[in-house]
Design a binder for this molecule. Structure first.
Ligand code: HEC
Length: 124
């Protein structure tokens, strides 16, 4: 009888654990790097489709990327054409914070670039 109880408790603990793991991995896929901050979390779910390349995105890239990606290193990020061709690559690098190398973007800047690309990386 004791043994059965033990097994029962153990399997409940195991199941509870498994549920937690699933929850966590689910969150990771959906969340952007601000997952520790509940305030920015709300914003990250709403993508503002009025983000403008020339008003918002270009200045972030000019300030944070052109120093290295100004022509001599792939990808060249000086023009809209090159940025839009490499949009998915840029998105991956920025969201994972691999880029900018040696620097960093704010959560808002990352969100802006991500949303602009998710909205079609328009020349707007
Ligand atoms: C200090 C220099 C430096 C800065 C600043 C920098 N990068 Fe990079 N970037 C690199 C180097 C070096 C590589 C190639 C090696 C690597 O992937 O780490 C690279 C590679 C890349 C790649 C190609 C990755 C691949 O493997 O295909 C992309 C896309 C990229 N950077 C985007 C950006 C963006 C966007 C910014 C600005 C937010 C940025 N980088 C800022 C140095 C830099």
């Amino acid at each position: 009888m004791k043994k059965t109880l033990l097994i029962l408790v153990a399997s409940i603990a195991f199941l509870a654990c498994e549920n937690n793991v699933e929850e966590e991995t689910g969150n990771e896929q959906n969340d952007t790097p601000e997952q520790n901050d509940p305030d920015t979390d709300e914003q990250s779910e709403v993508c503002d489709t009025t983000i403008s390349f020339s008003d918002d995105v270009k200045s972030i890239i000019d300030t944070n990327c052109i120093g290295c990606h100004g022509g001599s290193r792939f990808p060249d990020l000086r023009t809209y054409e090159n940025i839009s061709i490499n949009a998915q690559n840029i998105r991956g690098q920025v969201v994972s914070r691999r880029m900018p190398q040696g620097g960093s973007l704010t959560n808002d800047e990352i969100e802006l670039i991500k949303c602009w690309i998710d909205s079609g990386a328009l020349d707007n």
